[in-house]
Design a protein around this ligand. Sequence first.
Ligand code: ASP
Ligand code: MG
Length: 451
Amino acid sequence: MTVVMKFGGTSVADPDAISRLTGIVRQQRAKEDDPPLVVVSALAGVTDKLVAVARLAEEGDAARAEAELRTLLERHVSVASAVTSASRAAVLAHVNKEFDELIGLVHALAVLREVSPRSYDAVLAAGEVISSRIVAGALADHRVPAEWVDARRVLVTDAEHNAAVPDMLGTEERVREDVAPRIAAGAVPVLGGFIGAASNRATTTLGRGGSDYSAAIFGAALGVDEIQIWTDVDGMLTADPRIVPQPRVVPQLSFAEASELAYFGAKVLHPSTILPAVAKNIPVRILNSRRPENPGTLITADGAPAGTPLTALACKRDVTVIDITSTRMLMAHGFLRRLFEVFERFKTPVDVVTTSEVSVSVTIDDTRRLEGIVDNLRNFAEVSCEREMAIICAVGENLRADTALFGRAVTALERIPLRLVSQAASRRNITFVLRNTDVPHAMMRLHETFF
Ligand code: ASP
Ligand code: MG
């Protein structure tokens, strides 16, 4: 079984984190015949710092930009020295060389007082170039046959700097030529996430948080059996722990469920970033590098086996409900189009929609243009708004098969005034709209009922 193991910023933040990483990779190496491929983020907080350095360069403040970089250099030198032994001199030479180049680049940018998207990528990419060098050295010094591979020579992208789009065919070819043979020979390739290069060799980045995306791209290109996202939480939870005191870890869920939950701010990973893996039916597992023995959360195309009632709950507070009523809607066509055109004109996304014959209720999150929306709707309908409302969403593929679940959910919320209730066409979720103040109680009732 081949796996991609991606370690996020907190899993490479300091020497302790990197020793945990080496232990985890070594165990994986011992357990399976096929060596894993390792992808790493920059050390926690480093990309943010590099963003600040780029801004200082743009303001022409070379001295402060350089000072920031020297502080970052010190941090990397101290981490690298702590986690390496035989490879220490070589790794430190790489770290120093990268920072020398970066300092030179930042001085040039400060003279020009201009940081183009292309230069910005060159600055940001340093975080992953350096972290991957350090991790490769640490692994090699802990009896893992690691080989550093320059991700910029493997991940081929277009030239859309700061949010580059991968060229999957080009990347597959590079993986076949330069990565797969190393794995076949028993080595563990170590690559930086988030970074790639366009066909003109210019360094590109995939957008903030892009290391998960890199892991999925490499995993899909290699055709691995699993992609592991190592982070600092146990996985996706059945509810927000700030609202429900003891949520459980969701053992398994579908990609579509993960996408529904992501909308509500379940921030463990952004589902679109693992799309290349899911499209190839490769399972993605979220694991905690502080508790590697825990099973984590598995995301697959199909989700949990049938029989699991609900997968998770999510909620979003501070939404506004708009009720739009018009007798002109009765048996007329074109009404909904007119109505939604108003939201389009005011560039305001609508989240939940319910309709009856003479009225439509919608919720919106962004109320900056509410006044204009209401004025326009009043041209053809009666309108009323209610603020301080919330959306609770119960997600589960099984809602489709087990119709009794809907009834159980409504019963659980018996005494709580529900403003809107809707079951989406996908029948993968039930959505309740209620008052902000009823959220904790409603979430607890649902959680007790289903988990
Ligand atoms: N280091 C990059 C960032 O902070 C990419 C990542 O960590 O996923 O956005
Ligand atoms: Mg991340």
